[in-house]
Design a protein around this ligand. Structure first.
Ligand code: HEM
Ligand SMILES: *[C@@H]1O[C@H](CO)[C@@H](O)[C@H](O)[C@H]1NC(C)=O
Length: 521
C-alpha cells in the first residue's frame, strides 16, 4: 500500500516536471517560430500542434523528410522536434554552408550532448577534451600491414566460432547477433589485442554499454538539467560499467605504464600498437589515468561497434535479397587474393566489394538525418535566410540518397553502381566513389571536418568481412522468409533480426529466430 502511494506521488511529480519542461519549451519555440517564418514547415507550425508533427516524425520520419525535400528543394524546410525546430538543407550549396560554418556558430557538440546526454552517460573526466577523434583518424586510418594481418587472423577465427558450419549442412545464423560478435571481436583486436578481444564478458560489456547509454539518455532527456546529477546517481548503471572496463584493461595499462617509466625519454620501438596504446600516449592530464583511458575506450567502442555491425547486417541482407551478386563478388575476391593475398593492397583492388558496401549504405544508412548541428548564434545561409540561435540544422540524408537528380534509378539497389562510376572516371577522380569517401551526395558518414573519423577503418572492416564471407560460405534466405524491415524510430534506422520483437535491440542473447542459412563452400 505504501509502495503504491509512493509510486503515485513519484509519478505525479515526474508528470509535473515533464509538463513544466514542455511548457517552457513551448514558449521558447513560439518565439523562434516567428523568426523562422521564411522557412517552410512540414507538418503543423503552430507550437502546440507541432507536437503532433513531432510525433509523426518519430514514427514516419523518412517519408516526412522526403516530402519536405521534394517540396522545397533547393531551399530549406523545417520540422518540429521536442525542444526546437530542425532546419534541413536540401541542396549541395546549403549543405556546404553547414559544413563550412565554424563550431562556435554551428556546434556539432551541442546536439550530441543533448541527444546522448554525454555529460552524464559517456561522462569523460575532461568533458571538453575530444582527442579520441584525432587518434582514430590519424592512427586507425593508417592501418599497418601487420595490423591488417591481425584483423584477418581474428576474422577467420571469429567467423568460425560464430558460424557453426559442419561441412555441407545448412545452418541457421542470426545475422545481427553474428555480425555484432564478429565486429566487436575484430575491432577490439585492434583496440586491445588478443586475448582480451576474445573474452565474452569484455565483448558483452562493450556491446551492452552502447545500448545502456542510449536507454539512459532517453530517460535523462525528460528531466531538467538541475535534476540530472541526482537521477544519474540514483538510477544509472553506467558507473559500474566504467569500473568493469577498468578492471579489464588494468593489467595491460599498468604493465605498459611501468615500461614507459622505465624507458623514460627513450622510444619504445617495438611497443604495442593498438587503441589502448594510442589513448595512453595521446591523452593529457586526468585523461591519462586508468579511469580516463577506460572511459574513452568505452566511448570509442560505443561509436565503432553498433554502427559497423548494423551496416554489416544490412550488407548481408542486401546480398541475401539479391543472390545474383554472390558469384561476381566471389570471383573478384578470388582473383584479387590470388594476386595480392589478404593485404591492404588487395583490399584496394576490390572495387565490386567496395561498391556493394557503399550502395548498401546509400539506401540503408543508419540514420535519416546527418550533419546535425545547433546554431549557437544567428546563422545566415548563402540563400540569405537567417535562423535564430537555438535552432538545429541537419541534412535529410535518406531523401538526398534517393533523389533522381543525384542518382539514376535512385530507388533501385544497384550493387555495382559505384564500381561502374569508378571505372568510367578519369585518373584519380574515381577514388571519390569509394566506400568511406563523403560528399554532399553521399552522407552516410557525415561530411566535412566532423565526418566520422572511423570511416576508413569501418569501410576496410566491412569489405574484408564481406570478402571473407562470400569466399568461405554459401548463403541463402530461409525458404518462405523475407528480409526483416528496418526498425525506424525518430532519426534512427536499424536492421532487425528476423522474427524478433522488442528484444531485438539486445545483443548477445541467443536462441532467437533466424532468416538465413549458411554453409561452407
Ligand atoms: C559503418 C560504420 C559507421 C557509420 C555509419 C558511422 C557514422 C558516423 C556519423 C554519421 C557520424 C557523425 C558525423 C557528423 O556529425 O557529421 C560519426 C561520428 C563519429 N564516429 Fe562514426 N560511423 C561508423 C563507424 C565508426 C567507427 C568504426 C569509429 C571508431 C573507430 C567511429 C567513430 C566515430 C567518432 C569518434 C565520431 C564523432 C566525431 C566527432 O564528434 O567529431 N565511427 N560516425
Ligand atoms: C607511445 O609513446 C612512446 C613514448 O613516447 C613511444 O616510444 C611509442 O612509440 C608510442 N607508441 C605508439 C603506438 O604510438
Amino acid at each position: 500500500m505504501v509502495g503504491e502511494a509512493l509510486l503515485r506521488t513519484v509519478t505525479t511529480f515526474l508528470a509535473g516536471i515533464v509538463f513544466l519542461v514542455s511548457l517552457s519549451i513551448w514558449f521558447r519555440n513560439l518565439k523562434r517560430n516567428s523568426q523562422l517564418r521564411a522557412v517552410p514547415t512540414v507538418g503543423f507550425s503552430n507550437s502546440i500542434l507541432s507536437y503532433l508533427s513531432f510525433l509523426r516524425f518519430n514514427l514516419d520520419g523518412f517519408r516526412m523528410l522526403k516530402e519536405g525535400y521534394e517540396k522545397t528543394k533547393p531551399g530549406l524546410f523545417k520540422i518540429a522536434t521536442f525542444r526546437t525546430w530542425m532546419v534541413f538543407s536540401t541542396s549541395p550549396e546549403l549543405i556546404e554552408d553547414v559544413r563550412k560554418a565554424p563550431d562556435n556558430v554551428l556546434s556539432r557538440r551541442r546536439p550530441a550532448e543533448e541527444v546522448l546526454q554525454t555529460d552524464y552517460t559517456l561522462n569523460y573526466l575532461n568533458k571538453r577534451d575530444h582527442y579520441q577523434g584525432h587518434v582514430i583518424l590519424s592512427q586507425l586510418t593508417r592501418i599497418a600491414s601487420t595490423t591488417f594481418e591481425d584483423i584477418c587472423e581474428e576474422l577467420v577465427l571469429t567467423l568460425d566460432d560464430n558460424i557453426p558450419t559442419t561441412g555441407k549442412e545448412w545452418v541457421e545464423v542470426p545475422a545481427l547477433e553474428m555480425t555484432q560478435r564478429v565486429i566487436c571481436r575484430v575491432t577490439n583486436r585492434v583496440f586491445v589485442g588478443a586475448p582480451l578481444c576474445r573474452n565474452r564478458d569484455y565483448q558483452a560489456l562493450n556491446l551492452n554499454f552502447a545500448i545502456n547509454v542510449m536507454k539512459f539518455a532517453t530517460v535523462l532527456r525528460l528531466f531538467p538539467d538541475f535534476l540530472k546529477p541526482l537521477v544519474t546517481r540514483t538510477i544509472s548503471n553506467l558507473p559500474s560499467q566504467f569500473q568493469r572496463e577498468m578492471e579489464f584493461i588494468r593489467p595491460m595499462y599498468e604493465e605498459r605504464l611501468a615500461k614507459m617509466e622505465e624507458l623514460g625519454d627513450e622510444k619504445w620501438d617495438d611497443g604495442p600498437n593498438d587503441m589502448l596504446m594510442w589513448l595512453m600516449n595521446e591523452s593529457k592530464g586526468v585523461e591519462k589515468s586508468l579511469e580516463g583511458v577506460a572511459r574513452r575506450m568505452l566511448g570509442v567502442n560505443f561509436a565503432a561497434i553498433h554502427t559497423t555491425s548494423s551496416t554489416m547486417t544490412q550488407v548481408l541482407y542486401r546480398l541475401l535479397a539479391n543472390p545474383e551478386y554472390v558469384e561476381p563478388l566471389r570471383r573478384e575476391v578470388e582473383a584479387v587474393v590470388a594476386e595480392y593475398g589478404w593485404t591492404t593492397d588487395g583490399m584496394d583492388k576490390l572495387h565490386k566489394i567496395d561498391s556493394f558496401v557503399r550502395e548498401t549504405q546509400r539506401l540503408d544508412g543508419l540514420g535519416i538525418v546527418v550533419l546535425v548541428r545547433m546554431a549557437l548564434r544567428p546563422f545566415t545561409f548563402s540563400n540569405g535566410i537567417t535562423i535564430p540561435a537555438g535552432t538545429y540544422v541537419a541534412a535529410p540524408v535518406g531523401a538526398i540518397h534517393t533523389d533522381e537528380e543525384v542518382y539514376t534509378n535512385p530507388d533501385e539497389f544497384d550493387g555495382f553502381r559505384f564500381a561502374r562510376l569508378r571505372e568510367s572516371s578519369e585518373g584519380l577522380a574515381g577514388s571519390k566513389h569509394q566506400a568511406g569517401v563523403t560528399s554532399p551526395a553521399h552522407l552516410s558518414f557525415g561530411h566535412g571536418r566532423h565526418a566520422c573519423p572511423g570511416r576508413f577503418f569501418a569501410a576496410t572492416e566491412l569489405k574484408v568481412i564481406l570478402a571473407r564471407i562470400v569466399t568461405t560460405y554459401d548463403l541463402k534466405l530461409e525458404e518462405g522468409k523475407e528480409i526483416p524491415r528496418d526498425l525506424c524510430f525518430s532519426s534512427g534506422r536499424f536492421p532487425r533480426e528476423a522474427k524478433m520483437g522488442e528484444e531485438d535491440m539486445t545483443p548477445c542473447d541467443s536462441g532467437r529466430g533466424t532468416a538465413w542459412k549458411i554453409k561452407s563452400t
